[in-house]
Write a protein that binds this ligand. Structure first.
Ligand code: BTN
Length: 250
């Protein structure tokens, strides 16, 4: 079932909302709206995303009616910036759990996994002007009913509906997700947010391989620090602090 614009706007009232039946990227639209003075908490929602942006320059394509695709405009303090990515993962983790899914975890840094496969993506984009943070767009995509069978992602990606065995109302999911985003936005910069994110990671205490922009770091995922960086103990005992990368577990 497709989103109906009027229902979306009514359900999210009084939040500022821009709805599109199809769009290139909700993040791009939200970035433009933020530059034009959108209120904090404003959201961009679409039914179909044809030029979605993923982490590390990847493409994130979403067929119509099969996922929750949303970008939220935030204006956090600079010191809380590293928690934005944690917050997106936490909000998604919460709503997937609330739906009744059991086997849910966060793969460092912000992939929510369901039954060991990726069920969502989080892409925060910060905007700076003259050295000052003017805002952040927090883009989130949750796979609701995308069928990954017989695709190259079959072993890596998953949707909520086949796991739950019932259909999920995306409007309910959207309003639940934004409630959790608001909950964590009120706690940005807190130890509570960091500790909760850390406790939900499925990455720590395991052997990992992280592809960073420069190289591959292999070793034991020992800890995360409050900036969200992962500390990996390599075979020679040296501990490498990894800020960003693509991780493979086990
Ligand atoms: C990832 O690669 O894991 C992150 C994917 C993020 C996708 C979301 S969908 C909503 C928002 N708009 C985009 O263009 N990307 C993000």
């Amino acid at each position: 079932m497709t989103f109906i614009e009027q229902q979306v706007v009514e359900r999210l009232h009084p939040r500022a909302v821009r709805y599109f039946s199809s769009i290139g990227s909700t993040n791009d639209e939200a970035l433009a709206w933020m530059a034009a003075g959108a209120p904090t908490g404003a959201v961009v929602i679409t039914d179909e995303q044809v030029k979605g942006k993923g982490r590390l320059g990847r493409v994130w394509h979403t067929p119509a009616g099969s996922a929750l695709i949303v970008s939220v405009i935030l204006r956090p303090q600079v010191k809380a910036l590293s928690q934005i990515t944690m917050m997106g993962a936490l909000a998604i983790y919460d709503v997937v759990k609330l739906l009744g899914c059991d086997d849910v975890g966060i793969k460092w840094p912000n992939d929510v996994q369901l039954c060991g496969r990726k069920v969502s993506g989080v892409l925060p984009e910060a905007v700076w002007e003259d050295g000052l943070l003017s805002g952040v767009v927090l883009g989130m995509g949750i796979n609701v009913s995308i069928d990954f069978q017989n695709t190259e992602l079959a072993q890596k990606a998953i949707s909520i509906e086949p796991v739950l065995g019932k259909s999920v109302d995306r409007l309910d999911l959207l309003s639940s997700l934004l409630r959790q985003v608001d909950y964590w936005a009120d706690r940005l910069g807190s130890l509570e947010l960091f500790e909760t994110w850390k406790n939900r990671l499925v990455t720590l205490g395991r052997d990992v391989q992280v592809q960073t922009a420069e190289r591959i770091v292999s070793g034991f995922a020992e800890m995360v620090d409050q900036d969200g960086a992962l500390w990996v103990r390599q075979a020679d005992g040296h501990v490498e602090r990894v800020i960003a990368g693509d991780i493979a577990l086990g």
